[in-house]
Design a protein around this ligand. Structure first.
Ligand code: ASP
Length: 458
């Protein structure tokens, strides 16, 4: 019994163990359920307790500030890493086509999201504490918006949270880094590799913070929905339903656009969706384009697409092409403006499109990334931030559909581009694309690109 004095007393350890076990259980419980349960309990508490529940308001404010805190670091790190992962030498015909395709479809997607939300007007008539009193910022002239993209001082842009300027700086740095890593000069290449490792480390670090913030999200969601419902009553739930309808409706429209594009480029619709259903379902369930990548690659192989195309387009798409997310950002920004009682001007809507598309380049295919993109767009549009937390409550439900749309968009682009590149699409019934590639020695750029996207998917 000589060890007894040193061992902690069972009375003291029991609560600690219990707390630890509860914490582990909390972490292991799927986030989507935590958010939905928090939303439900918060709503009930707000409705039943009423006014006194407003004491929990600071808990919601903490969540909002955590989200805003992540915007600049997330864009800066993921965008530099994303752009730097493109080998400049491979940005030939396929690279250019895929880049144009991804940019055009993303711009179209965010426009669909905005237009549908303008028609459905989610959030109109709902007033949230802390939004209506705020003076909406007067919109800047379009020329000013474009000039502001180039910062006189990159560090000032980061400090001031000038998102477009930060995006510009990150893209420029990413391109420079890509050239350094592929330089013929050994010393420059070494420096490039060294910097790249640092950037990848920073991406990982930011993602870990994002995951931590998302673990706090249920608390924030609980507090915010409770306060809103205590002050406005049950009608606050209707706008969220409207936003869900706008987002899912926009995604359905985008799938129709894909059908149109596949038809124009003479790709058979039936076989395409027969192969695409696996990644679509996986994306829906996992809420991660990066995590779905292996399934998307298998679908591309089933469609007879050569690795020389999909090895570049799919990993790149999982990181930069997010049509579903763009629809969500468009619709949710209109929702936020409606709740704040702000009428977005045409210039502001155009800015939302530009910011949304640019931000989608730098946001990786991981669950919840779209919420940060929304925070960014809302900040850029000068809108009050509080309604974003309401969206956060149903974000997981919206994330499922938008991820499904994101992976479908990647596969559509891959199929269409393969059809326009000689020898990149196997004839039906010929040898599987993989083995033909191996025989031809085409390795595409899958190795680096796949690694990048997959690495980020955890
Ligand atoms: N979860 C999405 C994806 O992986 C990104 C998002 O949050 O919108 O594609």
């Amino acid at each position: 019994m000589s060890t007894t004095p040193l061992s902690p007393s069972p009375r003291r350890t029991a609560p600690t163990h219990l707390l630890l076990a509860a914490w582990r259980g909390y972490l292991a419980f799927p986030l989507i359920w935590k958010m939905l349960i928090a939303l439900a309990i918060g709503a009930l508490t707000g409705l039943i307790v009423g006014e006194p529940v407003t004491v929990v308001e600071p808990l919601g404010q903490v969540f909002l500030q955590l989200l805003q805190m992540l915007v600049v670091p997330l864009i800066l790190t993921t965008l530099i890493a994303g752009v730097a992962s493109i080998n400049p030498a491979r940005l030939g015909s396929i690279g250019l086509k895929v880049l144009v395709f991804y940019l055009v479809t993303s711009a179209l997607a965010i426009t669909i999201g905005i237009l549908l939300a303008l028609a459905i007007t989610p959030g109109a008539g709902l007033s949230m504490p802390g939004t209506t009193d705020e003076e909406p910022e007067s919109p800047p002239a379009l020329s000013e918006v474009f000039l502001d993209i180039i910062p006189e001082n990159p560090f000032a842009a980061m400090v001031e949270g000038n998102v477009l300027a930060v995006i510009f700086v990150a893209i420029a740095a990413g391109i420079a880094l890509a050239f350094m890593q592929n330089s013929a000069n050994d010393h420059t290449r070494e420096l490039g590799d060294f910097l790249r490792r640092g950037v990848d480390g920073a991406v990982e670090l930011v993602f870990r913070v994002v995951r931590g913030v998302l673990e706090y999200a249920p608390v924030g969601v609980f507090a915010l929905i409770a306060v809103v419902l205590a002050e406005t009553g049950a009608e606050a739930l209707r706008p969220l339903l409207e936003l869900t309808v706008a987002t899912y409706g926009g995604i359905a429209l985008q799938i129709l656009v894909y059908v149109g594009l596949l038809t124009i480029f003479r790709a058979a619709i039936g076989p395409f969706f027969l192969a695409a259903k696996d990644p679509m379902l996986t994306g829906f369930v996992t809420r991660s384009s990066g995590g779905t990548l292996p399934v998307t690659i298998r679908a591309a192989e089933r469609l007879g697409i050569r690795k020389g195309v999909y090895g570049f387009t799919l990993p790149f798409g999982a990181t930069v092409n997010m049509d579903g997310t763009a629809i969500y950002v468009g619709a949710a920004t209109v929702f936020v403006a409606n709740v704040a009682g702000v009428q977005l001007s045409l210039i502001e809507l155009a800015t939302v499109v530009i910011v949304g598309v640019l931000a989608s380049i730098g946001t990786a295919g991981v669950p919840g990334a779209g919420l940060i993109m929304l925070s960014l767009t809302v900040t850029q549009a000068g809108l009050p931030f509080a309604p974003v937390a309401l969206v956060a409550g149903i974000d997981a439900i919206l994330d499922m559909a938008r991820t499904m749309c994101n992976v479908t968009g990647d596969l559509v682009a891959t199929r269409i581009i393969a059809g326009t590149e000689p020898g990149m699409l196997a004839d039906p019934g010929s040898a599987p694309a993989e083995s033909t590639d191996a025989a031809a020695g085409t390795d595409g750029s899958g190795s680096d690109g796949t690694g990048t996207a997959a690495d980020r998917s955890d």
